[in-house]
Every structure is written in structure tokens, then in C-alpha cells.
Design a protein around this ligand. Structure first.
Ligand code: NDP
Ligand code: MG
Length: 381
């Protein structure tokens, strides 16, 4: 029985993790979880899985639930995230919180030697060197939840890592993949939120449309698999059936395939090195699909992807600045305060004026993160 702490239980990944935990009561036990503002979903998780500790974003929400569930411990805010992540009974942390708020709690769990199943890519982008060096020091395995990285991880099982030639990340292209740059002028939030293959949280759906999501994933792959940027490629693949591939020195390419369902990589990170049946899982029927399509990426069309490669190659605090600028700009776009193309412009402006610091410590990263958010807010005013 694996005992689990779950950050971001009420989000898209968190809720699918809940589904996996419900389906396998003999394999997993939820001991602690965090949520943001969603009281209803939190209530359902508490009723069905009876955790010991729950953290809500606000004190008010924690108090409301405390009255209903007197036998459960409640906490809140940033310290609550750390308490959930470091709960003494859990051995696995699933980090499915959104954005760089997940960083400190993840580092705290790593220092306890817990296994980290990581969906929260912003943590790896903004502080990849810290996360990986601490993970090595404290013997904490980091297992990918992101579908591409799970595919890469599965395609490396049992292989000699020195023989890897290239990682090939596949990309659906997001909601605007068939539009030219000119056609992106005036696109709406509603259009952007309409992803062709995956149902995900709002922020990552916008990131998919700008392809910053793929950019963050390139950096995530560099961090997780210690692969130089020159050996990480992105390939457009509209069906999202091949979730990613690894090419070896002998020219063999190993891939992981499946119908797009995030519960597969979530469950694999939890059951690893074993596999479990997937409840109501849809089997892949390639004969029915008939054809798979592939296309080279145009870096002028998907400028955010180019910016991410640039930041990745530079390393240092520019990664934090890029990520924070993107988080802030996407938020402003969702509030309809800036246009879709202004997301990229905003990131580019932040990057161009950034004074880069190599190998930053946690304090520096948190400082750059909050300063960047302030700068983006003032740019819009
Ligand atoms: P969602 O927006 O759906 O969920 C985010 C979760 O974090 C919710 O539980 C939310 O709480 C909580 N949360 C948000 N802000 C705070 C805060 N300040 N303090 C505490 N909790 C907070 O995101 P996703 O599930 O889509 O994504 C989560 C992570 O997984 C991201 O890093 C994303 O890039 C990554 N990812 C997501 C995929 C997907 O399919 N969705 C695929 C691969 C990676 P509440 O809702 O209660 O307010
Ligand atoms: Mg992904």
C-alpha cells in the first residue's frame, strides 16, 4: 500500500489522480491533500477517501470544512502546502498544483526522501537545478506525470542512457494549430480554451495554444533526463497518439502510444515500476484511426517555443523570469486584459531586459519570480 500526499487535488490533474486512487483502494491510500478554493470537490474527496490532513488556500475555507469534518485536521495557505507535502505518513507526493507556488513544498518533500510524482512543470522550469540536485542528495526519485515525459521515461526503461541520441517530444499544436500568425489577431479566450485532444486546466490549455507548454516541456525534459537542448526535438503530431519518443545511437526509435488520457501517466507514476489496469480505459485502435500525421515545427509561427529554447540554453534566472512572465500574462489574457499575441510579446520583453544570474538559490528564484510578476502587471497599466 503506497501512502500519498496530493497537492492540487481539485484541479484537472488532481481530480484525475483522485479517480485513480478511488479505483485502486488496495494499492493507494490518500493521507493528505491540498486544494485551492473549491470546497465542493474537497468535500467529496474527504468523504470518499478520508484523509488525515487537508489544506485549503484560505483560512475561511479551512474553517468551513473543519466544522463539517471535526475528525480531519485542516490547515491553509502556503504553509499548508508544505504540511501536506511533508506529512510524516506519506511516502509519495503527487504535485499537481498550478504554477511556481508548488516549489517550496516540493523541495521540502524531497528533503524527506519522498518519491515525487511531478505534474507541476513550472517547478522544474523555474528551479530545475535545485530540485534535481536535492533529489540526488536526499535519494528522492522524481517520476514524471506529464504525458510526454512519462512516454520518454517509459521508452528509456532498461536502456543504457549513454546510448540515447535524441528525445523527440510530440506536440498537438494546441487550439490554433491550423491558424497562421496573422489569423491569431483577435482570437478570443473561448477559442483558445477549446483544445482539440486534451481536456485540461485553463492555464495549460492557453500554454498549449501559444506552444509555451511545449517550451516548458523541452526545459522539463532537459532537467529530468539531463539531455542537452540540441538533442531535444519537438515534432508536430496532431492526433496525440504517440506521446513522445527516444532515439538511440543504433537509429532505433522507441515510443509510447495510447489514447489521450492523463490517468495513464498519473497512474504509471504511482504504480511504477508495476502497472495496474485502468478503469474504463479506452484501448488504442490504430486500424480505426488509420493515419497518424507529423510535421516540422515552424519557430516563427510558434515564437514562444523559440523563446523557451533560448531561455533554456542560457539557464539561470531567465528561466524563472520567462516562466513568471508567462504565468502572469496568461492570467491577464484569461481576464481579457491583454490579447493572445501580447502573451508572447510580454515574455519577450521580460527576457530582453533580464539581468541573468547563473545557478540561483531559492531566495533569488523567489525574488525574481515576484519582481517579474510586478513588472508584467505594471506593463499592462
Ligand atoms: P488546474 O488549474 O486545473 O488545477 C490547479 C490546482 O491547483 C487546483 O487544485 C487549484 O485549486 C490549485 N491551486 C491553484 N492556485 C493555488 C494556490 N495559489 N494555492 C494553492 N492551490 C492552488 O491545473 P492543471 O491540473 O491543469 O495543472 C496542474 C499542473 O499540472 C500544472 O503545472 C500543469 O502544467 C501540469 N500539467 C497538467 C496537465 C493536464 O492535463 N491538466 C498535463 C500535464 C501537466 P482550486 O481549483 O481548488 O482553486
Ligand atoms: Mg504534456
Amino acid at each position: 500500500m503506497k501512502k500519498i500526499s496530493l497537492l492540487g487535488a481539485t484541479g484537472s490533474i488532481g481530480w484525475q489522480t483522485f479517480d485513480v486512487l478511488l479505483a485502486h483502494p488496495n494499492a493507494f491510500q490518500l493521507v493528505a491533500f491540498s486544494a485551492g478554493k473549491n470546497i465542493e470537490k474537497s468535500r467529496e474527496i474527504i468523504q470518499k477517501l478520508q484523509p488525515e490532513l487537508v489544506s485549503m488556500q484560505t483560512e475561511e475555507a479551512a474553517k468551513t470544512l473543519q466544522e463539517e469534518f471535526p475528525h480531519v485536521s485542516f490547515t491553509y495557505g502556503e504553509k499548508g502546502l508544505v504540511e501536506v507535502a511533508t506529512h510524516p505518513d506519506s511516502t509519495v507526493l503527487v504535485n499537481a498544483v498550478l504554477g511556481s507556488v508548488g516549489l517550496e513544498s516540493t523541495l521540502a518533500a524531497i528533503r524527506m526522501g519522498k518519491t515525487i510524482a511531478i505534474a507541476n512543470k513550472e517547478t522544474l522550469v523555474t528551479a530545475g537545478h535545485l530540485v534535481m540536485s536535492e533529489a540526488q542528495k536526499y535519494n528522492a526519485p522524481i517520476l514524471p506525470v506529464d504525458s510526454e515525459h512519462s512516454a520518454v521515461f517509459q521508452s528509456m526503461n532498461g536502456e543504457n542512457k549513454k546510448r540515447i541520441e535524441r528525445i523527440i517530444l510530440t506536440a498537438s499544436g494546441g487550439s490554433f494549430r491550423d491558424k497562421t500568425r496573422d489569423e491569431l489577431v483577435g482570437v478570443t479566450v473561448k477559442d483558445a480554451l477549446n483544445h482539440p485532444n486534451w481536456s485540461m486546466g485553463a492555464k495549460i490549455t492557453i500554454d498549449s495554444a501559444t506552444m509555451m507548454n511545449k517550451g516548458l516541456e523541452v526545459i522539463e525534459a532537459h532537467v529530468l533526463f539531463n539531455m542537452p537542448y540540441d538533442n531535444i526535438d519537438v515534432l508536430l503530431h496532431r492526433e496525440s497518439i504517440i506521446h513522445s519518443m527516444v532515439e538511440y545511437e543504433d537509429t532505433s526509435v522507441i515510443a509510447q502510444l495510447g489514447t489521450p488520457d492523463m490517468r495513464v501517466p498519473i497512474q504509471y507514476a504511482l504504480s511504477y515500476p508495476d502497472r495496474l489496469p485502468l478503469s474504463n480505459g479506452q484501448r488504442l485502435n490504430l486500424a480505426q484511426i488509420g493515419q497518424l500525421h507529423f510535421k516540422e515545427v515552424d519557430f516563427d509561427r510558434f515564437r514562444a517555443l523559440k523563446l523557451a529554447y533560448d531561455a533554456g540554453r542560457m539557464g539561470g534566472t531567465i528561466l524563472t523570469a520567462m516562466n513568471a512572465a508567462n504565468e502572469a500574462a496568461v492570467e491577464l489574457f484569461l481576464q481579457e486584459k491583454i490579447t493572445f499575441l501580447e502573451i508572447e510579446e510580454c515574455i519577450e520583453r521580460i527576457m530582453n531586459s533580464h539581468n541573468n544570474i547563473a545557478l540561483p538559490d531559492l531566495e533569488t528564484i523567489l525574488h525574481v519570480d515576484s519582481e517579474t510578476r510586478k513588472t508584467v502587471a505594471s506593463m499592462v497599466k
